[in-house]
Design a protein around this ligand. Structure first.
Ligand code: NAG
Ligand code: NAG
Ligand code: NAG
Length: 356
């Protein structure tokens, strides 16, 4: 009797182990037998621009040209099921509750900068796009890149039709309006990219600050409080000393968009959450990421470099040629392009200049 007991004690766990081993093996074999549906980043491998049936029934009856509420996010979720839409555009007084960015240093979060941000946000007092745009139930946004591909295409009036026109860094408007439009809702900038001549700023746009290093927050505080600029050693080129904007017209871009673009969307090296070789997305891709979370429809223009035309201009406002582009230490242009091409191919975003 005792011996059979012992035998049972040994046999039962063994049977359980064998069963577990067998079933997990089967699961594995099953997994191997199927072709993976998603790539490493979690994007659907088979991308086509077609609307799924539920999106057709949702948007099919809208009158032609009407803004489609939630369209970009819905299409994004089809090709990238991990997508979670809510992510505020700008930091507000509750920024410490943004758990995904609290534990990262700039540029992927705001750790170590909390007090200076409190200071800044107390002065700006405004954390949205402004009453008129915040009230819109459906927003169409366009991100205007600085690419030479925008030149001589007369897209200005089409760009002006968007509710939110986003421009980057020093991209000029005056003198180029036929091609780039007249309207600027947001100008997203880091210190080295900011317009340096006050008279070059357009009349009314929000100055949206995007930080790439801790020092950048100090610069922003000096700009907001109109202080004399001090401590410029850490910048990689000269920076603006004065920004002709009231504190109420300044915003801090949520650093989550840099983090998500780098690590989730493009798949750049994590480097323990620190800035490292080739793991910083370009500002244009950061802006597109922001728009996917905050706009109902998203378009872009002036994006993409065509390396087959080295003599074409790099920027629409300069004569610097494409061939001048250098291998970048911070960005990974080719990996970034793969991500943007997924968005275009699946019609998540519309590329007006077709350069992506
Ligand atoms: C659009 O029309 C289809 C059938 O014509 C209908 O099933 C669907 O509910 C409608 N969608 C909306 C959003 O009205
Ligand atoms: C745009 O047109 C102007 C005037 O015709 C010309 O000088 C310039 O080279 C053109 N730029 C590009 C990028 O084609
Ligand atoms: C970009 O990514 C590719 C693929 O991961 C890698 O081989 C290449 O070295 C990266 N370039 C830079 C500049 O980091």
């Amino acid at each position: 009797m005792k011996a059979t007991h012992k035998l049972l004690f040994v046999l039962c766990p063994m049977l359980v182990l064998v069963f577990i081993f067998y079933s997990s093996g089967k699961l594995h074999l099953h997994g191997w037998g199927q072709k993976p549906l998603f790539d490493q980043q979690g994007f659907l491998l088979k991308l086509d621009g077609k609307l799924s049936d539920d999106l057709v029934s949702k948007y099919g009856n809208l009158s032609r040209g009407a803004c489609k509420p939630g369209y970009a996010a819905a299409k994004m979720s089809v090709i990238y099921p991990k997508f979670v839409k809510p992510a505020p555009m700008f930091l507000d007084r509750n920024f410490r509750r943004l758990t995904k960015v609290t534990n990262f240093l700039p540029p992927f979060g705001f750790k170590t900068q909390e007090r200076i941000i409190d200071n800044i946000l107390t002065a700006t007092k405004n954390y949205g796009l402004g009453p008129e745009l915040d009230r819109l139930s459906c927003k169409r946004c366009i991100i205007v890149g600085n690419g030479g591909i925008l030149a001589n295409k007369s897209l200005g009036s089409r760009i002006d039709e968007y509710d939110v026109v986003v421009r980057l860094n020093e991209a000029p408007v005056s003198g180029y309006t036929r091609d780039v439009g007249t309207k600027t809702t947001l100008r997203i900038t880091y210190p080295e990219g900011a317009i340096q001549k006050s008279e070059r700023y357009e009349k009314d746009s929000l100055f949206v600050f995007s930080a790439f290093k801790p020092l950048d927050f100090k610069w922003l505080r000096q700009m907001i409080f109109k202080e004399k600029l001090q401590g410029t050693e850490g910048f990689w080129k000269s920076v603006a000393r004065y920004v002709p904007r009231e504190p109420s017209e300044m915003r801090i871009l949520n650093p989550f968009f840099i983090q998500e673009a780098a690590f989730q969307f493009i798949g750049l090296p994590m480097n323990n959450g620190l800035m490292g070789k080739g793991n910083i997305p370009t500002l244009g891709t950061v802006a597109i990421t922001m728009a996917l979370h905050n706009c109902d429809e998203v378009a872009v223009a002036g994006f993409g470099y065509d390396m087959n035309t080295p003599h074409a201009p790099l920027h629409y406002y300069e004569t610097v040629k494409m061939s001048a582009i250098k291998e970048s230490w911070t960005h990974n242009i080719s990996k970034e392009k793969e991500f943007l091409q997924k968005l275009v191919k699946a019609n998540v975003i519309t590329d007006l200049t077709k350069g992506i």
